[in-house]
Write a protein that binds this ligand. Structure first.
Ligand SMILES: Nc1ncnc2c1ncn2[C@@H]1O[C@H](COP(=O)(O)OP(=O)(O)OP(=O)(O)O)[C@@H](O)[C@H]1O
Ligand SMILES: [Mg+2]
Length: 461
């Protein structure tokens, strides 16, 4: 038997509810309940789960808008269609802003009514699918979006959780793509400052001359182009968390200014004379070995100790390969548009053998690429765009890979050829994009394609 959709019709005019019920129940898949006022409607909603509710806007005492608000709060997947007597578009549009799915003006056209109800039913299905998907993703990752069950990774996350509630400054260390920024968010979200701003500053991407004024702001006229006074990010973060990303890249003069600020909580805007004070908790991150930077004189020791009250080290992905299947599952679900694609066992094997110099970010990109490149629903080894040289057991040759020489080692040329083919495939044979990705000119790419006799399926430069 086909599924019956439950519809609630609410109108204080009995003739209307009668007509609506009759028209809808003529169709085999609709089951209709009727309420003649808002209170009755709310009673129905408390004890039943409706797919769609049709609500008259104007009803004495409890109006259709009140019922809509009740539904939003207590039965958010129920789709609401408002019924309006006069063609009062203004109120109707207001109800859409409040979350109604659509509205129909009375007298209504039965065909239009049925079509709208059907669309609402379909839309509810989408909402539910999304919710189920979200629950599923949260189940794998937890609400923080951090996936991983390996002992090393879990220890780092537990460490972060433990210190989150304190006010201590935290230094997160780990190679590129290991999840430092995610951990910083986790710490902020689990700290007492969670309702205050989280302000991230990528110290490596801001030119050094600008970093000081980004951090501490500047007064009008402090330098050329300083046309107006600007607040610094430390002010924006006041009360919350300041995340200094890539802190190991700060120049010596700015390190000195940052240290002064961290020691006293005071700063001056560039070109300013008054000392200002803010209250921020600092989390910093770096993919450099900061202790070594200190030993080699590139990073101030006093600043290192100031930032590094608590330190969290994130493991490399190759040190926690048992998390790869979980992460793959997570990215497949998150990145696929409609149906989640799958990974063949051979493809998973290739991923397990790889060395992952770019860590989780690289895995995320490889899965993204696999979803785009794969022809059916299953991602195969040929759809994975990685550097084959970094496969840990290259001697036996991973499935679908290029031939190896007699001594079992690929020549550099062979490697380059494979790499170029992968890049071309990834960019859908667009040579300009591929050249950009590989950091060479299109002409060089052209010459290499000729030299290695790479078959280009369709050129689109
Ligand atoms: N444990 C994880 N679970 C799920 N996704 C992760 C995990 N770790 C990292 N990612 C994803 O990998 C990407 C890189 O993570 P993130 O930006 O936190 O790394 P990072 O250490 O700050 O890298 P970089 O040093 O390059 O700035 C992000 O898209 C992030 O969502
Ligand atoms: Mg980062």
């Amino acid at each position: 038997m086909a599924k019956k959709y439950r519809i609630l019709v609410v109108d204080d005019e009995e003739s209307i509810t009668f007509l609506l019920r009759t028209e809808l129940e003529e169709l085999p898949d609709f089951d209709v309940d009727v309420a003649l006022n808002g209170t009755e409607a709310i009673n129905h909603i408390q004890s039943n789960l409706y797919d769609v509710a049709l609500l008259d806007i104007k009803m004495p005492r409890v109006s259709g808008i009140d019922v809509l608000k009740f539904i939003n709060e207590h039965s958010p997947t129920t789709q609401v269609i408002m019924l309006t007597n006069i063609v009062d578009y203004k109120t109707a549009i207001e109800t859409i802003k409040l979350g109604a799915y659509d509205f129909i003006s009375k007298p209504y056209d039965p065909g239009e009514l049925i079509a709208t109800v059907r669309r609402a039913v379909e839309r509810r299905q989408l909402v539910i699918d999304k919710e189920v998907m979200q629950r599923e993703l949260n189940r794998i990752s937890g609400p923080s979006g951090l996936v991983g069950e390996s002992a090393g990774f879990k220890a780092s996350v537990e460490n972060a959780r433990r210190v989150a509630t304190s006010e201590a400054f935290i230094l997160i260390q780990g190679a590129s793509g290991t999840g430092k920024e995610l951990i910083a968010h986790l710490i902020h979200n689990e700290s007492p400052r969670r309702d205050q701003p989280f302000v991230a500053v990528n110290c490596a991407s801001i030119p050094d001359q600008l970093l000081e004024s980004e951090l501490f702001g500047h007064e009008k006229g402090a330098f050329t182009n300083a046309y107006s006074t600007k607040q610094g990010l430390v002010e924006v973060a006041n009360g919350g968390t300041l995340f200094l990303d890539e802190v190991g890249d700060i120049s010596q003069p700015t390190q000195a200014k940052l240290l002064r600020f961290l020691e006293t909580g005071e700063f001056r805007r560039v070109g300013g004379t008054t000392a200002m004070r803010v209250d921020v908790r600092v989390i910093s991150a770096t993919n450099k070995h900061l202790q070594r930077e200190v030993q080699e004189g590139r990073f101030r020791e006093d600043l290192f100790y100031r930032l590094n009250v608590v330190s969290i080290q994130l493991p490399l992905l190759r040190e926690r390969k048992e998390d790869i299947p979980l992460l793959v599952d997570y990215f497949l679900k998150r990145k696929s548009k409609a149906n989640a694609k799958k990974l063949s066992p051979e493809a998973l094997e290739v991923l397990m053998r790889y060395d992952w110099p770019g860590n989780v970010r690289e895995l995320e990109h490889v899965i993204e690429g696999g979803i785009v490149l794969c022809q059916g629903d299953v991602i195969e080894p040929r759809d994975l765009w990685m550097n084959p040289a970094l496969s840990t057991d290259i001697l036996s040759g991973p499935p679908g890979r290029a031939p190896v020489n007699d001594d079992g080692i690929l020549s550099l040329e062979e490697l380059e050829k494979i790499h170029i083919e992968k890049a071309l495939k990834f960019n859908h044979w667009n040579r300009v994009k591929t050249a950009q990705m590989l950091g060479i000119t299109p002409k060089t790419l052209y010459l290499k394609i000729k030299r290695y006799c790479i078959k280009v399926s369709s050129a689109s430069d």
